[in-house]
Design a protein around this ligand. Structure first.
Ligand code: AGP
Length: 591
């Protein structure tokens, strides 16, 4: 998590740093800070958003060198002491850091014994003081960085500045860091988005590399101090500027974009009843005897749906939570094909898995919304989701895009010619939900908003949907919610049902509809308040929301928007920060 920006030689450094941090604050918004270096280091820090930081910096403040940071707290509370940039004990160096250092306590102890003092609870300050300590012996910053890198264990993207030097020093391990090349200036950032208005030429640091950037040059070294020959890559400015377009929040805007996202995916990939994918990749999937899906959170939920699509066509699949699989990797079958799913393409747990897959020599596909992201650059194949930038921390349109893209994939692998037409039905139903059902959804939100526990029930595709619905509700309303497979109810969770417990039930599949009605009776007889979301043919009088009929395999694309609206309205009615829920970040770049 956390975002980094830096500039050297850029005239409008103030604008670049503040706008850049705003672009990156999806990575964390506990605090934000900047260090300007004009011979001397000057720090500005604020707890909370980048706007707060901006309000305390004089409008004419510029720095020949500047580094900024937006923080998602990992070590130490979200207060000013722990806000980056940190100033070294001797006050000559300042540093911003993304990542976590595992052995920081040992190193800190060693430095404390030498009389070095600390002002924060962060692991980042430990790296900084370690570098300053080595500098006091070596009198050379690059050597000091290399010695520190040999000692620290963990993940990091770091920018370091040193009083009196018009330079930014950089270090990287397992956390992304890019250099952007300009004309008489150079930039640094933890992803390309803040730099895209200034340059299209980027250099990506590899793990365990460090270096120095001036306004007209850059030098990169490996951990042994050997100079690396790194040439830049040119990237298209495909990034769309964030804008609310009249909406109050990004989340509602993004839910309302779901229909157009599905349509965009159709126009990007559909070609009659076929799809424009790399034929080599489709061949590899066809030849594989097992598909492994890896994802986290919402992307993992999309992988459950994708896994089911392939299984129904006869290819065995396994969907894993990336952070689980990373420690016990399993490759079922003799010819597995690996599919990563990640809106951001930067999720640390997935990058960990990618390294394992790569080491084992398997090829992989990434489904991502972020062109140029770490996984997009590294995986053998990539399938872009074309959902447009998703700003709200709660993923909505990207989920719908993930499931749609997985559907295209299975349609191409198995020549399913009905999928393309079925998606027209999906778009129509999604559009009607948007136009006609928001009022009803808001009424339910109003009733359930003060409850402590809310349960979602479903079977099959509706079960996967229940998991996603519950995740969305808990992350932005802070209400405990769980998605439960209808048949599992009696095996434990029903013990939690008491008078007035809201249970939201999805009934969109004719094979399981009768069993779901049975579940409803069971929870009702324990006093639950039941809200049924059903499709027309399967509906019964009293159902809370009824949508037109559609092929039930499309539930996750269609009915998910009802679940997303519900979570949105509950959060809104509770007065929470819908787009930036507490404790979360858009891109989870630490394990
Ligand atoms: C979704 O609403 C969440 N904020 C979260 O679960 C997210 O889906 C997860 O962190 C994975 O992110 P990714 O898709 O960018 O890899």
């Amino acid at each position: 998590m956390c975002g980094i920006v830096g500039s050297v030689g850029l005239k409008e450094s103030h604008k670049y740093i503040i706008d850049g941090l705003k672009t990156l604050d999806y990575r964390g918004y506990d605090s934000a800070g900047v260090a300007f270096l004009n011979k001397k280091i000057e720090l500005f820090k604020a707890v909370g958003t980048v706007d707060k930081l901006s309000s305390i910096i004089p409008s004419d403040k510029e720095g020949f060198v500047a580094i900024g940071h937006t923080r998602w707290a990992t070590h130490g509370k979200a207060n000013l002491y722990n806000c980056h940039p940190h100033l070294s004990c001797g006050k000559k160096f300042a540093l911003v850091h993304n990542g976590t250092i595992e052995n920081y306590q040992e190193i800190q102890k060693k430095l404390l014994d030498k009389g070095i003092t600390f002002t924060s609870d962060t692991d980042s300050e430990v790296i900084l003081n370690l570098i300053e300590f080595y500098y006091s012996q070596e009198h050379d910053v690059l050597t000091s960085i290399r010695l520190a890198m040999k000692e620290i264990i963990g993940t990091y993207a770091i920018c370091l500045i040193h009083e009196g030097e018009d330079k930014i020093y950089v270090m990287k391990n397992a956390s992304p860091l890019l250099i952007g090349l300009g004309d008489k200036y150079n930039l640094v950032a933890s992803d390309g988005s803040p730099m895209i208005e200034y340059t299209d030429k980027f250099i990506e640091l590899d793990d365990k590399e460090y270096g120095v950037v001036t306004s007209s040059s850059y030098e990169i070294f490996n951990i042994d101090g050997e100079k690396q020959n790194k040439s830049f890559v040119v990237k298209e400015a495909e990034l769309v500027k964030h804008s609310l377009n009249g909406y109050d929040h990004y989340m509602i805007k993004e839910i309302e974009e779901i229909e157009s996202v599905v349509k965009r995916l159709i126009s990007e990939y559909a070609d009659g009843s076929h799809y424009k994918f790399d034929p080599e990749m489709i061949k590899k999937i066809r030849e594989s005897d097992h598909i492994i899906f890896l994802g986290c959170g919402t992307s993992y939920h999309a992988s459950l749906v994708g896994g089911r699509y392939f299984e129904e066509m006869g290819i065995p699949t396994a969907s894993y939570i990336a952070s689980e699989w990373a420690f016990h990797p399993m490759f079922p079958g003799k010819k597995p094909f690996v599919i990563f799913i990640s809106q951001s393409g930067e999720t640390a747990d997935l990058i960990h898995c990618y390294k394992i897959v790569k080491e084992r020599g398997y090829e992989s596909l990434i489904l991502t919304n972020t062109k140029g992201s770490t996984l997009e650059r590294r995986c053998t194949y990539s399938l872009l989701l074309h959902a447009g930038v998703e700003v709200s921390v709660a993923s909505t349109k990207a989920y719908a895009a993930q499931v749609t893209a997985l559907l295209f994939l299975v349609a191409e692998v198995f020549n399913l010619d009905y999928v393309r037409k079925d998606l027209d039905i999906a778009c129509e139903v999604i559009s009607n939900i948007r136009k006609e059902l928001k009022g009803k959804i808001k009424e339910i939100a109003n009733i359930i908003k003060d409850k402590n526990d809310i349960f979602y029930l479903g079977r099959g595709y509706d079960y996967y949907l229940s998991l996603e619905a519950a995740l969305k509700l808990k992350e932005i309303s802070y209400i405990h919610s769980e998605g439960i497979a209808g048949g599992e109810l009696k095996h434990g969770p029903i013990a939690l049902i008491e008078s007035g417990t809201p249970v939201i039930v999805f009934i969109t599949d004719h094979i399981t509809a009768a069993s779901m009605r049975g579940n409803i009776e069971e929870v009702k007889s324990r006093g639950a308040d039941v809200y049924v979301i059903s499709t027309s043919k399967l509906s019964k009088p009293g159902d809370a929301i009824v949508v037109e009929d559609y092929p039930s395999y499309l539930s996750s694309i269609i009915v998910s928007s009802i679940a997303f609206y519900l979570a949105y309205f509950v959060s809104l009615l509770k007065g929470y920060n819908v787009d930036k829920p507490r404790n979360l970040a858009k891109s989870v770049t630490v394990e």
